[in-house]
Design a protein around this ligand. Sequence first.
Ligand SMILES: Nc1ncnc2c1ncn2[C@@H]1O[C@H](COP(=O)(O)OP(=O)(O)OP(=O)(O)O)[C@@H](O)[C@H]1O
Length: 293
Amino acid sequence: MTKLFDGMKTYLMQSIPDIRVTDVVEMIIIAVLLYNVMLWIKNTRAWVLLKGILVLLGFILVAYLFHMNTILWLADKTINVGIIAVVIIFQPELRRALEQLGRNKVLGFLVSDNGKMVDDKFSDKTMNEIVKATFEMSKVKTGALIVIERKTPLAEYERTGILVDGVVTSQLLLNIFEHNTPLHDGAVVVRGNRIVAATCYLPLSDNMAISKDLGTRHRAGVGVSEVSDSVTIIVSEETGTVSVAFDGGLRRGMDPDTLREELKRIIEENEAPKGRRLKILKGWQKHEKKADK
Ligand SMILES: Nc1ncnc2c1ncn2[C@@H]1O[C@H](COP(=O)(O)OP(=O)(O)OP(=O)(O)O)[C@@H](O)[C@H]1O
């Protein structure tokens, strides 16, 4: 009996490899990475592609089971080209994913982003002017798209528009978005207390979770929030509804108080200490789920 136990003990000691702390850390990192890749696949066009690849793999399995050598040979020869094709097709999504990684605070310590300094800090007055203009436009159903820059520079999108460089006032915003005027189309970019540009073209989000009732104005608002830490206010031309896009999410049906509160919260988050920042993000995510229903 003792011999049996000793044998089992030796077997177990030999067959279970030494698990070090680094192995556990490695497993956690891989699990987090896999989870994020799966989330990314689910929320982009990659989900449709993945389904196509699964059908193709099923087909190859059938060919393998029935020894269809020509099909197997063709599959073998095209797989490398297929991988390159996937990288080319998903170049915008991959670029966006890498940009998001670059915005990650962990990397932020290594790659500091001090390229842009805003001396003119977003003030309460500016916030009130924006809220006032937003709800005046909402009342008369004037479509609007206002992007507020934070840490991520939006120069790339600013360049697609017309330079304005004016102090943010409700009158200026109303004027810009007035129907049938040269500046009303596209987005306005706000940096600090100034409107830097109008008619800007923003990247469109391809998030499948965005309601099908919403068109390109809303997709553009969410799109820019996916590639930057900006806050975007969207006024629907169809319904007058006010929404806020932030961190890839959309919160709809805002009123003046909730918009002011939301803007304050997000803008202040910039200066918030770490612990508070986490709470703020959790709060946002909770709200976002409710609002998107
Ligand atoms: N990529 C973009 N960047 C900036 N603005 C855009 C972009 N795409 C569309 N827009 C703006 O959105 C307008 C079209 O809005 P559309 O009706 O498609 O969107 P929507 O989300 O249904 O909004 P609404 O509720 O106001 O109709 C365009 O005239 C333009 O001003």
